[in-house]
Design a protein around this ligand. Structure first.
Ligand SMILES: [Ca+2]
Length: 288
């Protein structure tokens, strides 16, 4: 091996090592869990909710898994006002917020018509604690056999309608998708797909100019998501519902603390760069 070849090899190897060392720490990891028979062990899921009783909301008697979904059963519990008795609030701690960010989840919740009490909700939640949160949710409306996408917000334990909703028809076994996304302007858009073939559509966009309850909802996002949690949970909404909900996807590009998990892409890139140099070195050694 000539001096020039040695220099090239060591430069490539050093670059590969540098990429291996730096990429897993600096990249915004996209978190995806398809709940295939269990929680994805690479996703740092947690169950605690500050201010709730109990703090650890995990209740194994009310959730389980199919081969392709996380099953949650409606508990007789809620985060409403000071009744902070939620169970199975599956969530992630946000440590970094990209300029263009999103969170998305998909599930099947076929609300039956056994009774029309209350407003049972599948909540897609952003929260600081049990008394400060915003919920984008799929809800069955009290007094009628209709469902829709809606919202609520709680600040210091004071509960409010979140300022926007949309009826989507009768209970259905179609998969529902809910998505929240933000961009450089600071606006936050709420989208949904009812699985009827119409695809993902926008329900509304909150901005810094919103006032009233919409402004209240926006305040949870205006202060940034770092230090907050994102997650899903079921709230019985004062009803007597016995349904199960089947989540088959949760995804976000909000950074969560998974730096200890190597990213396959970084390893591949390292090997791709180092391999030609290593092969060259081996050939040179054999030729001696
Ligand atoms: Ca509360």
């Amino acid at each position: 091996m000539t001096l020039r070849h040695r220099s090239t090899f060591f430069a490539l190897a050093a670059l590969g090592c540098l990429l291996l060392a730096v990429l897993p720490l600096s990249a915004h990891a996209q978190v995806v869990d398809n709940f295939s028979g269990g929680l994805n062990p690479a996703v740092p899921w947690r169950w605690d909710v500050p201010g709730n009783t109990p703090l650890n909301t995990k209740d194994p008697s009310r959730y389980g898994f199919t081969a392709s979904a996380l099953r949650m059963d409606f508990p007789p519990s809620t985060l409403f006002q000071t009744v902070n008795s939620a169970r199975n609030v599956l969530n992630l701690a946000v440590t970094q917020q990209p300029t263009d960010w999103f969170v998305e989840t998909s599930f099947v919740c076929n609300f039956d018509s056994v009774n029309f009490n209350g407003f049972p909700q599948v909540n897609f939640s952003v929260f600081s604690d049990a008394d400060n949160y915003f919920n984008y949710h799929y809800v069955r409306n009290a007094g009628s056999n209709t469902v829709g996408m809606s919202s609520n917000v709680e600040v210091a334990g004071a509960h409010n309608f979140g300022g926007f909703s949309a009826g989507t028809g009768s209970p259905t076994a179609n998969p529902q998708t809910m998505r929240i996304q933000g961009n450089a302007s600071g606006s936050v858009t709420f989208l949904y797909d009812t699985g009827n073939g119409a695809g993902l559509r926008t329900l509304t966009t909150l901005t810094g100019t919103d006032t009233g309850v919409r402004g209240l909802s926006y305040s949870l996002f205006a202060s940034g998501l770092v230090g907050k949690r994102v997650g899903v949970y079921l709230d019985f909404g004062g009803g007597n519902v016995r349904n199960s909900v089947f989540f088959d996807r949760f995804a976000t590009n909000l950074a969560v603390p998974i730096a200890q998990v190597p990213e396959p892409g970084a390893v591949t890139l390292f090997l791709g760069l180092a391999a030609p140099g290593a092969a060259l070195l081996l050939r040179r050694r054999r030729a001696r």
